[in-house]
Design a protein. Structure first.
Lengths: 107, 241
């Protein structure tokens, strides 16, 4: 990749990313969200996060891998259990990461 | 008379504090970005600039993969646009809480809007105390995420130049682990549980759709399902809550 390609790449990525994040904030005065949209907003975070996470766990390298030999799946299951039981985000993430690396070391 | 200033600092620090666990999750994520960038053909300066100016983990990862595959710049930018579309859903969610603020607040909070800061801040905005300074909380979370991301990306770049096989360590596991931790606190009601199940199922059924567009479609499916479950429950008040 040449130097000028890199400049265009980063300028383009920065512009579209900021544009998406800022568009609605910029227009805030002219936007009134309909009641049904307001009602649906609370579903957005769990819906998006789940849609990103599940394929990353079940197809970690782009191929289906549904087995406890899949360290990503094992880590996900233990993370879920830790999260439900401890309700502590730091402990949950630490246990999930530890489970993954323990699995990789042992198998 | 410095009471409000004191409360603002409190909000700012609370935002930093509640983001601390997510900094741990971003650590391996940032390191592997740096390590991958070092071997992708992107220059050191460009990899640093991308973290500093784009500041969007998953699209940075995808960009690195596409650069290594010699993809044209225009395609990488278009892919970034699609992968980051979900941020528009985030800004729609925050809009009612931020629309009274001047642009000098909205611009930086938009630039720093990540999955992590959004997930943490939404909980703060949903609390029903009348604090007028909740945007200071978001600012604290934003700055913590930004500084942390720059640091680990930089370290990953340095290490990636020395340890060529760092990318095979599987550090990318940090993303699903962190996200699962972030999803759990949202699932408090039956409609949200329905939303999560449908979004998850849809994400597996839409894998064939290119450019990760399946993520946005699956999220929309989950939102519609959650909304329907909520309506259904409201129309049968005899049911348990």
């Amino acid at each position: 990749m040449t130097g000028s390609d890199e400049v265009w790449l980063i300028a383009g990525m920065a512009a579209v990313t900021f544009g998406i994040r800022y568009l609605l904030f910029a227009l805030a005065e002219r936007i009134r969200l309909a009641p049904w949209i307001m009602e649906s907003l609370k579903f957005i975070p769990p819906a998006v996060l789940t849609a990103i996470t599940l394929p990353a766990v079940l197809l970690p390298k782009g191929e289906w891998f549904v087995s406890l030999a899949n360290p990503y799946l094992l880590a996900a299951l233990l993370t879920l259990a830790a999260g439900v039981l401890t309700r502590n985000l730091l402990a949950t993430i630490a246990i999930g990461l530890a489970a993954f690396f323990a699995h990789r070391l042992l198998f | 008379m410095n009471q409000p200033e004191h409360l603002r600092r409190q909000e700012l620090l609370a935002g930093v504090r509640d983001t601390l666990p997510l900094l741990l999750g971003a650590l391996p994520f940032g390191m592997i970005y740096g390590a991958l960038a070092a071997t992708s053909g992107l220059s050191f300066a460009a990899a640093v600039a991308m973290s500093a100016l784009v500041f969007a983990g998953s699209s940075q990862f995808i960009a690195i993969g596409l650069i290594a595959a010699q993809t044209p710049v225009a395609i990488i930018v278009l892919t970034t646009l699609i992968v980051n579309l979900r941020h528009m859903l985030y800004s729609a969610t925050l809009l009612p809480h931020l629309q009274h603020l001047p642009q000098r607040w909205r611009v930086p909070l938009a630039f720093w809007l990540t999955d992590e800061t959004f997930a943490v801040t939404v909980h703060r905005f949903q609390k029903d105390d009348a604090s007028p300074d909740k945007h200071w909380y978001q600012l604290g979370s934003s700055i913590a995420m930004y500084v942390n991301w720059q640091f680990w990306c930089f370290l990953g770049l340095l290490l990636g130049q020395r340890i060529p096989d760092a990318q095979s360590w599987g550090l990318d596991v940090a993303m699903p682990v962190t996200f699962i931790g972030m999803i759990i606190p949202f699932v408090k009601t039956m409609p949200i549980a329905v939303c999560v199940l449908v979004a998850g199922a849809a994400s597996l059924l839409t894998l064939a759709i290119p450019y990760k567009l399946g993520i946005v479609l699956s999220a929309l499916a989950g939102i519609v399902a959650g909304l329907s479950a909520q309506r259904l429950r409201a129309s049968h008040p005899a049911g348990e809550r």
